[in-house]
Design a binder for this molecule. Structure first.
Ligand code: BGC
Length: 760
């Protein structure tokens, strides 16, 4: 281990400033005289995009395995499998001489219209955090670094370099930060990449509260913060804000600005030193892993196929799947011949090889005859002759498979999706084929939900195959022919229509700003609260077998928040095929001081079961499983009371519910001040102790003033009205019967509670 302190002490101001900005598109600055090597970073997140020429941002990268993108990974609900993928990614980084892989992305899917949702895991922070932590752990366990990105509130592509995301404190802590928090605390990524956008008025690249107070101080992040590529606007301000490494480089004027800022006293050198210390720590750590050699192309392709098969979601199946005994299969749609397996932009991988879906069907079709029709064209316009040909092929077959890929014009990094529909020619194709052939299966390649109301009732089955990675073509065949029993479940809600989605009226913002007006209610939290029907709920996915849940138990009926509880349930495979089930545990707070979602995911477990087999799954719930973030206390709090533990197969398929009683061990500061209402005084134990005796007097005064609690003359329950008025205002109405001014009286009571009058 290098002595970083001593190396730092030997560095000149110019060398230190230079180290904090990249040397090229993908490398950091080496300092030969002190033995500081360069560090090589590469995109990410679902493969290694190693660009051979470090000065080029865009050129074709070296061949590497393209694994499925994050939507598919999260739909596996299998943290062990994602860990395995992380290990494989690390092996490829080592072979391709990459020190840090730029991923995973842990942003929330605020709206399904987000162009980059395919690179993100979920609409749920717990699931996204678990996935990110596992991937990071897999990669870093082999001595290769990661970059958890894009921190934070990077949830849209529209004006992504500049938009100001306006997010209230509670929403930030409960929805947009926890996946990062979980991954940082559990897996300590070597680097965290700040987002391009502004958050509540400051660029994330200069956001001291975000990068220093929250990430480095509260969460204990040990690594370095790197900018997203081009996210730095003012290098000195960004250093002060906690941004250690600016990328890409070189940026000579920026380096010079840092040198001058230190010389002129505008930038404290200790701030620069802290960034240099963090960068050196990672640069030397990266050097500990020798690079070179080869990776196992075939083994990684096979792993990519396994992951794809686990993440694909059988959304609908009226019994047609798995295919068997069909003599003639019509295979329709360009996506069967031209595999669509990743999204556009910085994550684009140059695959080692690609499984062609049609070819993979042929490999497994045994005796069946396969006929192909293109169905729709690459140019996106409607070609009736292609539809007619497809109908002919479908009519003469026993079953039709339609392979559809959402084109890049409808989904990519860099711009948001215009709508949630497939293209018009694709919809026309489905309708025409399904009319001719009722035994029609639709296979979708896309990175985020599409709406299906126009056609879903016309088809027999729908397989969501996502951006499935280079081996996905084989995984589709595995599922269609039943070689693999599908077990993926969607990690995001599929809505019925765009207008139903949580951020709809606040999307994508304008005039430089986007307001997160839906607050904590994104994804299923929103659909639950609005009681809105959806196409497929969060956590939904079908299997070729069936599962039953029984014997739910909890370790204690009453418990202290810090002790948590353990929940168990038995799962039985009640069908005839081996299969995997993901059991989900949601928590519902029966009563809370502030509004809370109807339920929130706090645990999940995936198990494999033979026909007739039963296994017990268990979940550990801790303080945070029951807490919510209180914006007045600025911390996570628990409240005494009853909680329901909901055990389900999806957010809309709850099989068992257990009720337990929580005792909060928190000693919260008393927030009562001059504006506090009577209810706030009386619900705080310290307030109630002081106000209690006075309150009796207020009540009887109130009777004189208003003529009793329920006064027919004013048509209202007066006490109910008074309860939510500030104490001082209520007293002012009663000034005549008070012995001192209302203000002074409240100050006196506040003195008794706090020993002083809190300043407003
Ligand atoms: C993307 C990052 C990526 C970086 C480097 C940026 O435009 O937002 O995710 O890692 O480019 O390619």
């Amino acid at each position: 281990m290098k002595n970083i302190k001593s190396i730092l002490a030997q560095m000149t101001l110019e060398e230190k400033a230079a180290l904090c900005t990249g040397a090229s598109a993908w490398t950091t600055v080496p300092v030969e005289r002190l033995g500081i090597p360069e560090m090589i970073v590469s995109d990410g997140p679902h493969g290694v995009r190693r660009v051979p020429d470090a000065s080029s941002l865009m050129m074709t990268s070296l061949p590497a395995t393209c694994f499925p993108t994050a939507s598919c990974l999260a739909a596996t609900w299998d943290v062990d499998l994602i860990h395995e993928m992380g290990e494989a990614l690390a092996e490829e980084c080592i072979a391709l001489n990459v020190d840090v892989l730029l991923g995973p992305g842990a942003n929330m899917k605020r709206s399904p219209l987000g162009g980059r949702n395919f690179e993100y895991f979920s609409e749920d922070p717990y699931l996204a955090g678990e996935m990110a932590a596992s991937l990071i752990d897999g990669i870093q366990g082999k001595g290769v670094g990661t970059s958890l990105k894009h921190f934070a509130a990077n949830n849209q592509e529209f004006q992504r370099f500049s938009i100001n995301a306006v997010v209230d404190e509670r929403t930030l802590y409960e929805i947009y930060l926890p996946a990062f928090e979980n991954a940082v605390k559990k897996a300590q990524p070597w680097t965290v990449m700040c987002a391009y956008n502004k958050l509540n008025g400051s660029y994330c690249s200069e956001h001291h509260e975000l990068l220093v107070d929250i990430l480095k101080t509260k969460w204990g992040f040990q690594g370095l913060v790197v900018s997203d590529w081009g996210a730095v606007h003012n290098r000195v301000a960004s250093l002060k804000g906690g941004l250690d490494l600016e990328m890409p480089g070189p940026q000579e004027t920026r380096v010079q600005a840092v040198v001058e800022a230190v010389r002129s006293g505008m930038l404290d050198e200790s701030i620069l030193d802290e960034s240099v210390r963090r960068i050196l720590g990672i640069v030397f750590k990266a050097q500990e892993t020798p690079k070179g050699g080869e990776f196992d192309i075939e083994a990684h392709h096979a792993l990519a196929r396994k992951i794809a098969a686990e993440g694909m979601v059988l959304l609908k199946n009226d019994g047609l799947l798995p295919l068997k005994g069909h003599q003639h299969i019509a295979v329709i749609g360009r996506a069967a011949e031209v595999a669509h397996f990743q999204g556009g932009g910085s994550s684009h991988i140059n695959p080692t090889k690609v499984a062609i879906p049609f070819q993979e069907l042929l490999n497994q079709a045994e005796e069946a005859e396969l006929s192909y029709a293109e169905g729709y064209s690459a140019d996106g316009s409607l070609h009736q002759e292609l539809i007619d040909q497809a109908v002919d092929v479908a009519e003469s077959a026993d079953v039709a498979l339609i392979y559809l890929a959402l084109p890049a014009s409808k989904e990519s990094e860099g711009y948001d999706r215009p709508d949630l529909e497939l293209t018009e020619p694709q919809i026309a194709l489905i309708k025409a084929v399904a009319t001719a052939q009722p035994k029609t299966v639709v296979v979708l390649n896309n990175g985020a939900p599409v709406v299906m109301s126009d056609w879903i009732d016309d088809v027999a089955a729908v397989l969501e195959a996502w951006m499935m990675g280079q081996a996905g073509g084989g995984a589709i065949a595995d599922i269609l022919f039943g070689k693999v029993n599908p077990s993926g479940k969607v990690a995001e809600t599929f809505p019925l229509k765009n207008a139903d989605t949580p951020a709809h009226i606040n999307w994508p913002g304008g005039a430089g700003e986007v307001r997160y007006g839906e607050g904590i209610f994104i994804g299923y939290r929103y659909y639950d609260a609005k009681e809105l029907p959806v196409l497929f709920p969060f956590g939904h996915g079908l299997s070729y077998t069936t599962f039953s849940y029984s014997n739910p138990t909890v370790s204690a009926d009453s418990f202290r928040d810090v002790d948590g509880v353990i929940v168990k349930v038995d799962v039985t495979n009640t069908g005839n095929l081996t299969g995997k089930e993901t059991v989900q545990l949601y928590v519902h707070d029966q009563k809370s001081g502030l509004v809370r979602p109807e339920k929130e995911l706090k645990g999940f477990a995936k198990v494999e079961l033979q026909p007739g087999e039963t296994k017990t799954v268990s979940f550990e719930l801790d303080f945070r499983s029951f807490a919510y973030y209180h914006p007045e206390y600025h911390q996570w709090i628990t409240e005494d009371g009853e909680f329901d533990l909901l055990i389900g197969a999806s957010a809309a398929d709850i099989r068992h519910s257990l009720t337990i009683t929580l005792e909060s061990t928190l000693e919260l500061p008393c927030l009562i001040d001059k504006e506090s209402t009577i209810r706030e005084w009386m619900t705080d134990p310290r307030g109630a102790a002081v106000l209690g005796p006075v309150f009796k007097q207020i009540k009887s005064n109130n009777q004189e003033l208003f003529g009793g609690e329920e006064n027919g003359d004013v048509g209202m329950d007066v006490m109910d009205m008074l309860a939510d008025m500030p104490l001082v205002s209520v007293l002012m109405f009663q000034q005549g019967s008070l012995t001192m001014p209302a203000d002074e009286m409240v100050d006196g009571l506040l003195m008794q509670v706090h020993g002083k009058v809190p300043q407003m």
